[in-house]
Design a protein around this ligand. Structure first.
Ligand code: ADP
Length: 159
């Protein structure tokens, strides 16, 4: 089975992430979306909440599976028999960091990284920006799936 992983924080998942996941799912037999457990990074949603939102948002894709991981993505790949990583590229600014990661992961474990250019509709979109807009009462309904927009409203109205 040809399996690829889409790793990230997904705090929360955006339409930009879903665009890449959906396009990868048309090419590969299975896409494993891997949510990074990073206890040192402050997040708005817990890992389980992020996994839950991703599962709801990808429910229509039969060949997308959502999991969580900590440690090195190459170890996750080995355990799950995954040979490649898919990354979305939004702009040239993404490229330098992503190239280093790709080369490191290849040299560590022979894991390939494939880059997909973002849908131009989403080239400005990142989770941190979505959170900032939502925090100040902005409308994010065109940037994230409906379940995420709802959870953002709930979370940000909590005291
Ligand atoms: P971010 O906080 O930058 O959204 P994540 O770690 O959640 O970061 O994103 C995981 C990966 O998803 C990124 O490395 C990038 O490859 C991809 N990605 C994120 N946003 C977009 C987007 N708008 N278009 C295409 N790919 C994206």
């Amino acid at each position: 089975m040809r399996r690829i992983v889409s790793p990230g924080s997904f705090d929360p998942v955006t339409n930009g992430h879903l665009d890449i996941i959906g396009r990868a799912a048309r090419i590969y037999d299975e896409v494993v979306v891997a949510v990074l457990i990073n206890i040192s990074k402050r997040s708005l949603f817990t890992v389980d909440e992020r996994v839950g939102m991703l599962r709801e948002a990808t429910a229509d894709y039969p060949n997308v599976r959502v999991a969580k991981f900590h440690g090195l993505i190459v170890d996750f790949c080995r355990v799950n028999e995954i040979s490649a990583i898919i990354k979305g590229l939004r702009a040239v600014s993404d490229f330098e960091y992503e190239m280093q990661m790709a080369q490191m992961n290849y040299s560590l474990a022979g894991i390939e990284t494939l880059f997909m250019t973002t849908n131009p509709l989403y080239s400005f979109l990142r989770s941190s920006l979505v959170k900032e807009i939502a925090q100040y009462g902005g409308d994010v309904s065109s940037l994230v799936p409906a379940n995420v927009a709802q959870r953002l409203r709930e979370r940000l109205s909590e005291p």
